[in-house]
Design a protein. Structure first.
Length: 221
C-alpha cells in the first residue's frame, strides 16, 4: 500500500538522526521532532556564518547566571538580513511553519563556545508559539528531549552543521530540550565532539498574537 510504504520510509529516514527511548515515542513524535540533515548547502552555511560573525564577535561569552538555562554563550536577536540570508530564512519558514503561523519578528542567534551547553528547559509559552525551528552551524551537537511528566520518555536529535531541526506541538510543549555539553555529547554509543556552535532559531508567535494584535511580545523568548 502506497500510504503504508511512505510511513515506513519516513521512519527509516529519521533513524540516522533521531533516536529515542522506544518505538512508541519515536512514532508519536515523528512529525513533531524532525531533523533535516543537509538542509543548508555549504555555500548557505558560509553565507550565514559570514554575516553573523562580525555581530557576534562584538559580544562577550556569558557564563552561569542564577536562573540561566544556557552556559558559555553569546546571542543576538536579528531582524535585518542580507538578501541571501533572507532567502534561506524563507526556506526555513516554508519547511517548518504552516501558512497560518506568524513568526517572531526577530530571529534568535545563539553562539555556544566549545564548552557551552544548554540546560533542559521548555521555551516560555507566553512568548513563543507551537513551533521552533533551528539551523545549526559549525559544530555537530546532540539535542536531548525529555518528557516533563515521564522522564523515561526521551528523544535525541543529532544536529550536524547545515541541518535544520523542527520542534512542534507535543515535542515543544511536553518535552524539555537541551544541548549536551561536550563531555556528555553522545548519540547512542557514538561520540559527537562539540566545538563552537552557532544556531539560528525561528519561532512562531503564540496563537492569537499576530502582528497588530494587542500583547505582541518582545522579540526574544
Ligand atoms: O541552540 C539551539 O538550537 C536551541 C536553543 C534553545 O534551546 C533556546 O534558545 O531555547
Amino acid at each position: 500500500m502506497a500510504g503504508g510504504g511512505q510511513v515506513v520510509l519516513r521512519t527509516l529516514s529519521q533513524q540516522g538522526w533521531v533516536r529515542g527511548s522506544g518505538a512508541a515515542v519515536l512514532s508519536r513524535l515523528q512529525d513533531a521532532a524532525v531533523v533535516r540533515p543537509g538542509f543548508l548547502s555549504a555555500a548557505e552555511e558560509e553565507t550565514l556564518s559570514r554575516e553573523l560573525e562580525p555581530e557576534l564577535r562584538r559580544r562577550r561569552y556569558e557564563y552561569d547566571h542564577w536562573d540561566a538555562a544556557i552556559h558559555g554563550f553569546r546571542e543576538t536577536e536579528k531582524s535585518r538580513w542580507s538578501e541571501a540570508s533572507q532567502a534561506i530564512l524563507r526556506r526555513v519558514q516554508a519547511a517548518a511553519f504552516g501558512p497560518g503561523q506568524t513568526l517572531l519578528s526577530s530571529v534568535h542567534v545563539l553562539d555556544l563556545e566549545p564548552q557551552g551547553y544548554i540546560k533542559p528547559h521548555v521555551d516560555s509559552i507566553k512568548f513563543c508559539g507551537s513551533t521552533i525551528a533551528g539551523l545549526s552551524l559549525l559544530s555537530p551537537s546532540v539535542m536531548r528531549l525529555v518528557h516533563t511528566q515521564e522522564p523515561g520518555e526521551w528523544l535525541e536529535l543529532l544536529l550536524e552543521p547545515g541541518s535544520l531541526y523542527i520542534l512542534r506541538g507535543s515535542a515543544r510543549y511536553d518535552f524539555s530540550h537541551e544541548i549536551l555539553r561536550d563531555e556528555e555529547s553522545f548519540f547512542g554509543e557514538r561520540r559527537i565532539p562539540r566545538s563552537r556552535r552557532i544556531s539560528v532559531i525561528c519561532r512562531s508567535l503564540p496563537e492569537g498574537m499576530g502582528p497588530g494584535e494587542p500583547g505582541q511580545p518582545p522579540p526574544a523568548c
